[in-house]
Design a protein around this ligand. Structure first.
Ligand SMILES: [Zn+2]
Length: 346
C-alpha cells in the first residue's frame, strides 16, 4: 500500500485534531480538516476547466494566481497572472505572486530545475479560499491558501510555507519518498529545508545568521509560538495553552514510534532538520550552496535514495555526495549526524 500526502496540508491532520480537542469552541479547526480532505478528493477526480490548459501544457513555471473571494470553488477568478500588474482587490495576491516567483527563482538558479516537474509546469495558486480556512495545501496541481481563523492563525501566505509545499512537488517528481515512517519524515524534512532555504536565498542570509524557522508569522501575536517548526531547535517552536507544546524530537533517542501522523512524519522530521542546520552552520557559509547541493543530490539527483529510505540510508547517501561536492567537510557532516544520534562512516 502506498501512502500519499494528499490529505495533509501545511498544518497536518494530527495537529488539527489535537488543537480541535484543546479548543472545543473553535470550529474552524475541524472544518479545516474536513475541507482539506474534500480538496484532496476533488483533486483526484476533477480538473477545473480554467486549469486544464495551464496544467497540461509544458511551460516556464508561469505564475497564475486566482482569488476565491472566500468561496470554496477552485481555482476562483483570475487575479494576477504572469506579467500582470498589481492586484488591488486583495493585497495578499501580490505576496502570493511574489513568493511563487521566489520559489521559481530558487528552483531555476539553485536547483537548475524548470519548475516542480522539471517540465515548466505553471505555479498556480488560489488565495482567499473559504472563510477561516486554517491551511495551505498543494495537490500536485496547484496551491490553495486560506486566511486563517485570526484567532490562532494570522496568515498562510508566507514564503517558507509556499516553498515547503512546492518542494513536496519536487520530491514527488524525484525520489518519491513514501509518506510513512522514516521515509515520510525525510520527505517532510526535505520540504522544510527547501522552504527555509528559499527565505535564506532571497534574503541573502548566511546559515549562522538564519532563524531556521518554518512558517514564521503564522500564528497570531497572542499565541506563544514563533513558527510551526524550528529546524535548529526542534521542539521549541511553540508552547501555548491553545496548541500544547511542539512535539518534535531532536535526537534518535527520542524518536516518535506511535501510529499518529503516518508514524510521525511531521514529528521525526525534526531529527533530520537539525542535522542539516548543524552541518550548514558548521560549514559557515550559505546553506543553499554546498550543504543544499548535497541534500538535493541525495534526494533528487541520479544517485539518490529510494522511495523507502530510512534516516540511515539518507545520511549514508549524503556522505557519498559530500565526498564529491565538499570533500573537506566530511567530518562536519559526520559530526552533524552524530549529534542527532545517527552514525555514519567518514
Ligand atoms: Zn509537508
Amino acid at each position: 500500500m502506498t501512502h500519499n500526502r494528499n490529505f495533509d496540508g501545511f498544518i497536518p491532520a494530527f495537529l488539527l485534531n489535537r488543537w480541535a480537542r484543546l479548543n472545543p469552541t473553535n470550529l474552524s479547526l475541524l472544518a479545516t480538516l474536513a475541507k482539506t480532505q474534500a480538496l484532496a478528493l476533488d483533486s483526484q477526480t476533477t480538473l477545473p476547466a480554467a486549469l486544464r490548459f495551464a496544467v497540461l501544457a509544458a511551460g516556464q513555471g508561469d505564475r497564475r494566481i486566482f482569488d476565491c473571494m472566500e468561496s470554496t470553488r477552485l481555482p476562483g477568478t483570475r487575479a494576477r497572472h504572469e506579467g500582470d500588474g498589481e492586484y488591488a482587490a486583495f493585497p495578499l495576491v501580490n505576496d502570493a505572486y511574489e513568493f511563487h516567483g521566489d520559489v521559481r527563482r530558487f528552483l531555476t538558479e539553485v536547483c537548475k530545475r524548470n519548475s516542480l516537474d522539471n517540465k515548466g509546469m505553471d505555479l498556480i495558486g488560489s488565495v482567499n479560499y473559504d472563510r477561516g480556512y486554517n491551511n495551505a495545501y498543494f495537490n500536485q496541481r496547484q496551491m490553495v491558501y486560506g486566511n486563517g481563523d485570526q484567532v490562532i492563525f494570522a496568515r498562510f501566505i508566507i514564503r517558507s510555507i509556499v516553498g515547503h509545499e512546492m518542494f513536496h512537488g519536487v520530491t514527488h517528481n524525484t525520489s518519491g519518498l513514501e509518506y510513512q515512517g522514516q521515509s515520510g519524515a525525510l520527505n517532510e524534512s526535505f520540504s522544510d529545508v527547501g522552504g527555509v532555504l528559499v527565505d535564506q536565498f532571497i534574503g541573502n542570509i548566511k546559515a549562522s545568521k538564519a532563524d531556521w524557522l518554518v512558517g514564521p508569522g503564522l500564528f497570531m501575536p497572542s499565541v506563544n509560538g514563533k513558527a510551526l517548526r524550528s529546524m535548529i531547535d526542534p521542539g521549541s517552536a511553540y508552547d501555548d495553552d491553545k496548541l500544547g507544546k511542539d512535539p518534535q524530537p531532536d535526537h534518535m533517542d527520542r524518536i516518535f514510534t506511535g501510529w499518529e501522523d503516518n508514524g510521525g512524519v511531521h514529528i521525526n522530521s525534526g531529527i533530520v532538520n537539525k542535522a542539516f542546520a548543524l552541518f550548514a552552520i558548521a560549514m559557515d557559509g550559505y546553506a543553499f550552496e554546498r550543504p543544499f547541493a548535497i541534500w538535493y543530490a541525495a534526494n533528487c539527483g541520479e544517485d539518490r535514495v529510494g522511495a523507502n529510505a530510512t534516516f540511515q540510508d539518507f545520511a549514508d547517501k549524503t556522505m557519498v555526495h559530500c565526498a564529491k561536492i565538499a570533500p573537506r567537510q566530511k567530518n562536519n557532516l559526520k559530526d552533524a549526524w552524530q549529534q542527532v544520534g545517527i552514525t555514519v562512516a567518514a
